[in-house]
Ligand binder design. Structure first.
Ligand code: PGA
Length: 249
C-alpha cells in the first residue's frame, strides 16, 4: 500500500504569529493519523514548527533548498542545515521556482541528490503550462521533467522520493484538472517509472496532485487509482480546509 499524503505549501504567506496559530490549529484538530500530513512553511519558521510538531504525526518541510553542499552561496540554505534543525521534507522544482527563478531540471537533479544525501525526502514537482497541453505536448514535458530531475537516481534512492503532478494552469487559478485528467497523467508518470525502474518500484512511489485542490474536489481527485494525495496551496492556509482535505480519502 502506498502512503496517503496531504502536503500544505504555504508559499510566501503568514507572519510568524499567524504561522504558529495555523500549525497549532492543525495539531489541535487531531488529524487522521493514517494520512501523512506535511506542512511547508516559509523556511524561517521551520525550526519552530519542527519543535511544535515533534510529538505529533505532522511533519515539516521547506519549499526550496540549495543544490550546493556549503560555502559561498549567499542567500541559500543547504540540505545539511535543514537536516540539522529536523526538517524531513523539501519541495523541489515547484512551478513557481521553475518559472520565476528559472530553475532547470539539471539544477533540480542536484537538489534531489543533496536532499537524499541528508536523508530529507524530496517532493519533486512537475507539470505543464497551458500552451503545452493545448499543443498536446504535456506528456513529453512531464516525461522530460522527471527523467532529467529524478531518473539519475538508483532504485533505492528513487524509492525515497515523492512526486507531485501540478499542471501549471491549475495552480492558484481555481481551475482544477478533472479527475480523469489527473489520473491519466499520474498513470503516465507511474508507467514512466515502470519503464525505468520496473513495476515493483513504481508501485511504491506516492504521486500527489496539486493545483486548486480544495475540500470540495479532493475526494473525487483522491479516489483515482494513481492519485495518492495532494499538494495544497491556497486551501492549506486555513486549518479547517486543510484537515477536511486530509479527511477526503
Ligand atoms: P494551489 O497551489 O492549491 O493554490 O493551486 C498548489 C501549489 O502550488 O502547490
Amino acid at each position: 500500500m502506498r502512503k496517503k499524503i496531504v502536503a500544505g505549501n504555504w508559499k510566501m504567506n503568514k507572519s510568524y504569529a499567524e504561522a504558529i496559530d495555523l500549525i497549532n490549529n492543525i495539531i489541535n484538530a487531531n488529524p487522521n493519523p493514517t494520512v501523512q500530513l506535511i506542512v511547508f512553511p516559509p523556511a524561517i519558521y521551520a525550526t519552530e514548527l519542527v519543535k511544535l510538531t515533534t510529538s505529533t504525526p505532522i511533519k515539516v518541510g521547506v519549499q526550496n533548498s540549495s543544490q550546493y553542499d556549503a560555502g559561498a552561496y549567499t542567500g541559500e540554505i543547504a540540505a545539511s542545515m535543514l537536516k540539522s534543525v529536523g526538517v524531513q521534507y523539501a519541495l523541489v522544482g515547484h512551478s513557481e521556482r521553475r518559472h520565476y527563478f528559472n530553475e532547470q531540471n539539471s539544477d533540480l537533479a542536484l537538489k534531489v541528490n543533496q536532499l537524499l544525501k541528508n536523508e530529507i525526502t524530496p517532493i519533486y514537482c512537475c507539470g505543464e503550462i497551458l500552451a503545452e497541453r493545448e499543443k498536446n505536448n504535456h506528456f513529453n514535458v512531464v516525461k522530460n521533467q522527471i527523467s532529467e530531475g529524478l531518473f539519475q537516481l538508483t532504485e533505492n534512492e528513487i524509492l525515497k522520493c515523492i512526486i507531485a503532478y501540478e499542471p501549471v494552469w491549475a495552480i492558484g487559478t481555481g481551475v482544477t484538472a478533472s479527475a480523469a485528467q489527473a489520473q491519466e497523467m499520474h498513470l503516465f508518470i507511474r508507467n514512466s517509472i515502470v519503464q525505468k525502474y520496473g513495476n515493483k518500484i513504481a508501485d511504491q512511489i506516492s504521486i500527489l496532485y496539486g493545483g486548486s485542490c480544495n475540500a470540495k474536489n479532493a475526494k473525487e481527485l483522491f479516489s483515482n487509482q494513481d492519485v495518492d494525495g495532494g499538494l495544497i496551496g491556497g486551501a492549506s492556509l486555513n486549518a479547517t480546509d486543510f484537515i477536511a482535505i486530509a479527511n477526503s480519502f
